[in-house]
Design a protein around this ligand. Structure first.
Ligand code: SF4
Length: 371
């Protein structure tokens, strides 16, 4: 997939590629990592998102999707949490941990192309226009894949955060609070979830921040039930409905499961869709001999294929649907984080400023409270 420009590159002043390949081979990195992890076991906990590469995941004490990791980090008590994921996840972890704990992102360039498609100043501008366009109450919901400043916007405006595991419940809650929904940054998760809940596409509009007033009239805002932000995941948007048809034509016994960040056409053509934990559970619980084509990030698909050799598990796409920003967390940067902690000079600490943290936490806690 494309390695898109990521705004986190600009925050990369602490990025220190301190362990060169001349200094240590990949194999030597793994050996030293094993030893430092043992040495620092009382101080450091490593968490890893499902889309991380295998060598990184092998050092994780906890693995999961965004919701599982958010719930997990809130319970941790070790002073250092090395977060093998992307920037917005480490920010979320910082907000959910105690002030005395430090959250470390091994490579500060590990961002998320979707999160970078919604900026606070654009959301503020859009909100202003939306409030002027309708008398109905709009409830803002943000997918967890966004910067903390956007979570703060949601917290300040009576909304909540969602993940792909709980989007339906959170949207239900939103409609108990108001008549309209503003959903950002991922238009696909918003559209797929709302459609599944019975809202027709004709009641949804897309706000494109690159166009004046998002490309919408005040009347269109007033008529819509759901306003979707024009954002998407560059990895999941790579799957197509033709890939679903091709897989089914080749082998009608194949079950196609895709992530709801895939486009509407793909989700409609697939047999099933759900978050990464849903996909994992489906495969785990399927009888031996089952066949799956999966529409999500390739590291997870390959790991599932290795874990369940009695089942046929392939990627829906013939191309490598790799999240290149997740992939930036390499074992040698994980080792650099461990070495820095050992020297008592931790690097790449993610800290959300207090004025952003308080309203973001409101939105996060609302999410965690909605069962
Ligand atoms: S897979 Fe997509 S949404 Fe997830 S971190 Fe990568 S770019 Fe962002």
């Amino acid at each position: 997939m494309l390695d898109l420009f990521n705004e986190n590159d600009e925050k990369n002043d602490e990025y220190k590629p301190t362990i060169s390949e001349q200094e240590l081979s990949d194999a030597e990195v793994l050996v030293e990592l094993k030893s430092l992890k043992e040495k620092l076991k009382d101080q450091v906990v490593v968490v890893g998102h499902h889309y991380q590469q295998d060598d990184v995941i092998s050092f994780a004490d906890y693995t999961g999707d965004s919701l599982q990791l958010a719930r997990e980090v809130a319970k941790l008590d070790k002073p250092y949490i090395i977060f093998c994921g992307v920037h917005f996840m480490a920010e979320t972890a910082d907000m959910l941990t105690k002030p005395s704990q430090k959250v470390i992102l091994p490579d500060l360039r590990a961002g998320c192309s979707m999160a970078d498609m919604a900026h606070r100043h654009d959301i503020d501008k859009a909100w202003d226009f939306m409030l002027k366009s309708t008398k109905e109450k709009i409830v803002p919901i943000t997918y967890i894949n966004c910067a903390a400043t956007l979570k703060a916007f949601v917290g300040d405006n009576g909304g909540a955060i969602c993940t792909s595991s709980n989007a339906e419940k959170i949207i239900q809650w939103a409609f108990s609070q108001g008549q309209k929904l503003l959903f950002f940054p991922d238009q696909h998760l918003g559209r797929n979830t709302c459609f599944k809940m019975g809202i027709p596409l004709s009641e949804m509009v897309v706000y494109n921040p690159n166009k004046p007033n998002g490309g919408l009239t005040a009347e269109e805002i007033d008529r819509a039930k759901v306003i979707l932000w024009y954002g998407y995941c560059s990895v999941h948007q790579g799957f197509t409905k033709d890939q679903v048809y091709a897989v089914k034509k080749k082998d009608p016994e194949m079950t196609v499961i895709v992530h709801p960040e895939c486009s509407f056409d793909v989700v409609q053509a697939a047999d099933d869709n759900g978050s990464t934990s849903y996909i994992i559970d489906k495969i785990k619980n399927a009888p031996s001999g089952s066949k799956f084509a999966i529409g999500t990030e390739i590291n997870l698909v390959n790991r599932l294929a290795a874990e369940f050799p009695d089942k046929t598990i392939t990627s829906l796409s013939p191309y490598q649907c790799l999240c290149t920003t997740m992939y930036r967390v390499r074992p040698r940067w994980l080792l650099a984080s461990f070495r820095a902690i050992l020297e008592n000079k931790p690097i790449n600490i993610i800290t959300v400023p207090e004025e952003v943290k308080a309203p973001s936490l409101k939105a996060l806690e609302r999410m965690l409270a909605i069962k």
